[in-house]
Each structure stands twice: as C-alpha cells, then as structure tokens.
Write a protein that binds this ligand. Sequence first.
Ligand SMILES: C[S@@+](CC[C@H](N)C(=O)[O-])C[C@H]1O[C@@H](n2cnc3c(N)ncnc32)[C@H](O)[C@@H]1O
Length: 349
Amino acid sequence: MSEINITKNKLQRYLLKFDGVTCPGCVTAVKKTTSQLDETKFVEISESSGDTIITSSLWANQIKFELNEFEGCCSDCQIAIREVEETDLDTFETLFEKPDDLELVKKQYKIALERALEGIEVACSDNCVCKTTDVDRLSESDGVASFASVYNLNERINSFLEQGMLITDFGCGTGHDAILTAEIVNPGIVTGIDVTPEMVKFATEQAKLQGINNVKFIESFDLSPLEKESQDVIYVNNVLNLLNDKSVFLLGAYEKLKLHGLLIIADEFALEEFPTELRDDESFQCGGISGAEFVENVETMAIEHGFKISHWESIKEYDIEFNNEKYKLKTGILILQKSIGRSGIYQMN
Ligand SMILES: C[S@@+](CC[C@H](N)C(=O)[O-])C[C@H]1O[C@@H](n2cnc3c(N)ncnc32)[C@H](O)[C@@H]1O
C-alpha cells in the first residue's frame, strides 16, 4: 500500500479514493476493513472508470491507522490510495441525512413549553426524566424552566468556564443554562441552538427581558451554524439521548471545538439494554430515556473521534418502570476534551 500523503491539517475530513482494486476478493476486503470504521454508510463503490473506486469520508488518521496493515486477496490488485481530497463542509454535510424523527421532538417540546408556561408542570413528556428529580421545577425555574434532570448544570461545570470564552449550548431549550452561562463568561459569547422554534423564540425573549446581550439563540438541528474550531466549550444538557446518530454529533462537536476545547455531556446513561418496545415508545423517547446510551459506548465513540476523557461525574442511579419491569439508568456528566488523533496516539505528521 502506498504511503498516504496528507498535508498538515489534522482536523480535516478527507475523501479517499482507492483504485486498482479490481477483483471481488479485494473489493470485499477493502469494504470490510472500512466498514469497521464508524462512517460505513459513506463507503460506496463506483466502477465507472474501470477501476473500483471506494470513496469514503473518514478521519485521515483513522484511515492511516486502519488501512496501514491492509492486504487484499491477490497480488494483481494494487491497493493504493489514488487521491486524498479535503472535503469542504457542504460536501461533508450532504453525506449526513437530516434525521426524520425531528417532527416528534419539535411537537413534544412545543407542548412541553406551553404546559410549563401555563403553570401545569415542567416535563418533556409523561415519562420524563425531569420527574426523577425532587425539585419543584415550576418554582425553581423562575420563569425559565430547565427541561433536564441536571437542572443545575451551571453549578456543576462552573470551574470549566472562564470569562471571554465562546460557548455553545446545544439543545438549549428555554435558554435556562445558556443565560446563566452568559453571565459567567461575559464578555464571552454563548450560542444556544435548538430545533424547536418555540424554544428559540422563548429563549431569545427571556435573554432580552433579563438584559443579557452576550447570548444568541439559533434554530438548527445540528452544529452547522458554528464556525469550525471556534468554540471553547460545547455542552448538551439532556439532549444527546435524543439524537439518533450520536457519533455524527460527536464528530460535529470535534470539528467546531478549538483544540483542547471541551464537550460537556450531561445526560441519562443506560445501565442495561432496553427492550425495543421501550425504545420505540414516544413518551420515553421524548423523556430522555429511550435513547440513553451506555456511557462506555459514548466514551469509545468519542475516543475514536479524537477526544480524551477528561472527567466523569455520576450523579444518581435510578429505575424506570415499563410493562411492569424495572430498568436501570444513571444521570451523569461526561466531559470530553478535544485532542489530536485516537487517544492522542495516532497523530498525523
Ligand atoms: C430535554 S430538553 C433539554 C433542554 C435544555 N438543555 C435544558 O437543560 O433545559 C431537550 C431539548 O433539545 C432539543 N433538541 C432535540 N433534538 C435536537 C436537535 N437535533 N437539534 C437541536 N435541538 C434538539 C429539544 O427541542 C429540546 O428543547
């Protein structure tokens, strides 16, 4: 295999084209090797040029590591990487499909906000983790409710925040955390992103009412409004569980963070496998439970994408009940730091 010639920028994604892979055995071998990586869905084969070309969007250092030892099934095929192209953001974004179940999230969080404003309750759904805390959320919220079991995230992450920082609160909801953070990091800037338009409107109004000028709220389903390598801290408070493709989110966060920047994930984490019926149940989905991941799996994905595990805080373990069975979860805060390469070991030149 030829040496992969990749220029200095370690943080770009690349499209790599292999050619000279013409026999079915070698094609299968290349597919199998690349499919062990996270972005398997981007692997495709085009035979238009006579050669088999495999185009894949992968981190350059992953490719270098995974394919270093690659061997095909015969000596006729020359398994060589023909091209290494840096992808622009637009090309890369089109590789990701917009999740199709955002409509449920948007509907549910619109209702949740309305119910909170009417003084009924602060809960994302009937089976919601907000209810696992013993806090009177309506009185605690002072008008700007937190829809997260870690309702006091700021108190727990204060030591990681500094004046002047650029911070993103992804899935910011009512702006509860973002507004508090803006006061701490002033003159830094906080960007709150949320997919539910009613949440964005409410948060914007709240910041204005409170005279907080260094926070802005944007409607989006991902981190694409942010500049590359611009953020000191990105946090997600009870949002990761709602994301279908957590790996894609981690990749996006990696891209938008400055080197050594932090991704703070406060969430529910599974302590055992859940049955499919529970995973498919809409009120558990919009309650922070169905999509809860094992923290070990999140850590593995994060390391794959170039993060280091910086800190873990377990807050509380609890059971939920579904069809007369109990299932265990835990609430915790995982802090990841953007470093270079897998566990810092596989660094590019
Ligand atoms: C459980 S609430 C947490 C809100 C806030 N972080 C807090 O602590 O109060 C989840 C929020 O994530 C938002 N959300 C869910 N999926 C999203 C996505 N793909 N992109 C942006 N926001 C999303 C929802 O609209 C909702 O406001």
